[in-house]
Design a binder for this molecule. Structure first.
Ligand code: C2E
Ligand code: MG
Ligand code: MG
Length: 578
């Protein structure tokens, strides 16, 4: 029984009852026997070990109950006076009562213990819950921050900018005197920086620029990175437009200082579009569209400047869109034509080849020249498929003339390549395919590239030009003297000829002060083994002067304007007596 009492945890009611009965048994049997046979004194003494056993077995309070029980028993014994028979009854009653009290107190004690434990557990749980919540809030805050900020510069991103712009519009409806403006900024030629210094340096530069921009406006203004090298600034609470303009000027000023990035000193310029008087706008997307239009207008006007949006710009932008969709259908509807302008040997006056020049036979506007659509074709990327068509058509036509006339030497065809086309990764394969399909010998194809195209990514240009050169294709630098204005780069490229810009030819007119420069160009080209083609010869005097200056070839209205394929065919027939 002791074992049972010791092993069982008296925390359940059933165990407790067993325990109570156990206790009852001990007291009921042991004490009457002790009283009867050993006398009161011994029985009293026995209470102590009994209580101690109870204590050791884990019955808290047994000691007290044992003593209580003894006195009660003692009292009853005195009262009744018959130890043998009567002692059993009070012993039973008192043992039972005392055990019940012990059980209840133990139970209450355990209950309190458990409550205490549970409270501690709850507190622990609350603490860990609070911790968890704290962590969650941190993660949530971080996620919200990431969703609304640009990871590179830590500026607001497009989403946050639009949100702030919408708020500003709302606020303005109620406070029409508070003016605000949007400044849209795009860095000029950032691609060149990225390509030449690497994307990592480009990224560092953007971070530095972001810091500059942020420092040039007030804390309340929102500076956002809208993507790539485009930034937007929401200038709020301004009193008049002049204040906005002074902010824009301050921004430009802050960008003029050169940036030091990874040991490189980089100077940046930006084209900036500004939209003022935002009260007239109901939707944020209209503001952003107009800011973008103004920024493009600044770029078109020569970059490194700002333009304030006006309605004429929007009309222009709409015209561009119309032109772009027209160009798209022009390809499908075969509205493009090629005109050919002959190129002459200045020494012999013989035709050595033709330059293919693109025309658009517009269904409503008639024949359009490149000046009217080329820029849009370049910006939209449509120049790539258009250029592919030009290359194929020019080679096909020239090969047809080869087969038809068998001129000696065979005529060359010069094809203009835009920088967009030149940067296509499949350019070489495309040229090879055209030559194969048309059968034109590669030595009779000349590709005209401008200096700007070549220096945009010198390394890539050198590799590509090398490959083209190895295929036997000639390379000409078009509009030479108008672009990079440095001759040093020429030795990097296996170029065949320079097409000297028309401005040099016209510099021969008034006072002929262009002679020394042309002489220098011809001498330099000669020393590099390059031929010189003079562009835009309009008069006999210019032709004579250029011949005297030992310019190799000439092209211009004086000899012949660009003509369509049929007229060019007649010209060849006449010129070569075929
Ligand atoms: P470019 O390659 O420098 O072509 C010469 C331009 O000068 C042609 O203008 C030609 O008509 C014009 N021209 C020729 N002789 C004279 C002259 O004596 N006086 C004057 N004032 N002009 C003369 P066009 O056909 O309007 O082409 C303009 C430019 O458009 C071209 O300049 C070329 O850069 C570009 N282009 C033309 N066709 C293509 C093409 O198929 N693809 C690409 N990417 N660009 C093209
Ligand atoms: Mg050309
Ligand atoms: Mg040219």
């Amino acid at each position: 029984m002791l074992e049972t009492l010791a092993l069982k945890n008296p925390s359940h009611l059933y165990d407790r009852l067993l325990f109570a009965l156990g206790g009852l048994g001990i007291y009921a049997v042991v004490f009457p026997l002790l009283y009867t046979f050993a006398g009161t004194f011994t029985a009293t003494l026995a209470v102590i070990p009994m209580a101690l056993i109870g204590w050791l077995l884990g019955v808290r309070g047994s000691l007290i109950f044992g003593i209580l029980f003894h006195f009660l028993n003692d009292y009853l014994f005195e009262l009744v006076g018959d130890p043998g028979a009567v002692a059993l009854i009070p012993s039973l009653v008192s043992s039972f009562t005392v055990t019940l009290i012990g059980m209840t107190i133990g139970w209450i004690h355990d209950l309190l213990d458990r409550v205490h434990k549970q409270t501690a557990e709850l507190q622990e749980e609350r603490k860990s819950l609070q911790n968890e919540m704290g962590k969650r809030m941190e993660v949530e805050e971080r996620l919200t921050h990431e969703a609304l900020h640009d990871p590179l510069t830590n500026l607001a991103n497009r989403r946050l900018f639009i949100n702030r712009l919408e708020h500003a519009l709302e606020w303005n409806k109620r406070h029409p005197d508070d003016l605000f403006a949007v400044v849209y900024l795009d860095f000029d030629r950032f691609k060149v920086i990225n390509d030449s210094l690497g994307h990592n340096t480009g990224d560092l530069l953007l971070v530095a620029v972001a810091r500059h921009l942020k420092a040039s406006v007030r804390a309340m203004d929102t500076v956002a990175r809208m993507g790539g090298d485009e930034f937007a600034i929401l200038v709020e609470a301004v009193n008049n437009n002049d204040e906005v303009i002074s902010v824009v000027e301050r921004l430009r000023e802050s960008l003029t200082a050169p940036f030091e990035v990874r040991g490189n000193t980089v100077t940046m310029t930006a084209s900036i579009g500004v939209v003022l008087n935002l009260l007239q706008y109901a939707r944020q997307e209209d503001i952003l569209r107009d800011a973008d239009i103004a920024m493009y207008s600044a770029k078109a006007a020569g970059r490194n400047r700002y333009k304030v949006f006006d309605m004429a710009m929007r009309e222009e932008a709409e015209d561009v869109l119309i032109l772009e969709s027209g160009l798209r259908s022009a390809l499908q509807n075969s509205e493009f034509r090629l005109h050919y302008q002959p190129i002459f040997s200045l020494a012999t006056q013989a035709i050595i080849g033709f330059e293919a020049l693109l025309r658009w036979d517009h269904p409503r506007r008639g024949l359009l020249y490149p000046g009217e659509f080329l820029k849009v074709a370049e910006e939209s990327g449509l120049i790539v498929p258009i250029g592919e068509w030009v290359m194929y058509e020019a080679c096909r036509q020239m090969q047809q003339w080869h087969l038809q006339f068998h001129t000696d030497p065979p005529l060359n065809i010069s094809v203009n390549l835009s920088s967009r086309q030149f940067s296509q990764s499949n350019l070489i394969a495309q040229v090879e395919a055209v030559l194969k399909k048309t059968g034109l010998p590669s030595k009779n194809l000349l590709l005209e590239l401008t200096e700007t195209t070549m220096v945009e990514d010198i390394e890539q240009a050198v590799t590509k030009i090398d490959k083209l050169h190895k295929l036997g294709i000639g390379i000409e630098i078009d509009d030479f003297g108008t672009g990079y204005s440095s001759l040093g780069y020429l030795r990097h490229f296996p170029v065949n000829s320079l097409k000297m810009d028309r401005s040099f030819t016209s510099s021969l007119d008034a006072g002929k002060n262009g002679i020394p420069i042309i002489r220098a160009i011809v001498a330099m080209a000669g020393s590099l083994g390059l031929k010189v083609v003079a562009e835009g010869i309009e008069t006999a005097e210019q032709a004579a002067c250029l011949t005297e200056l030992k310019c190799d070839y000439g092209q211009g209205y004086y000899f012949k304007t660009p003509i369509d394929g049929d007229a060019a065919e007649r010209l060849i027939r006449e010129a070569f007596n075929k």
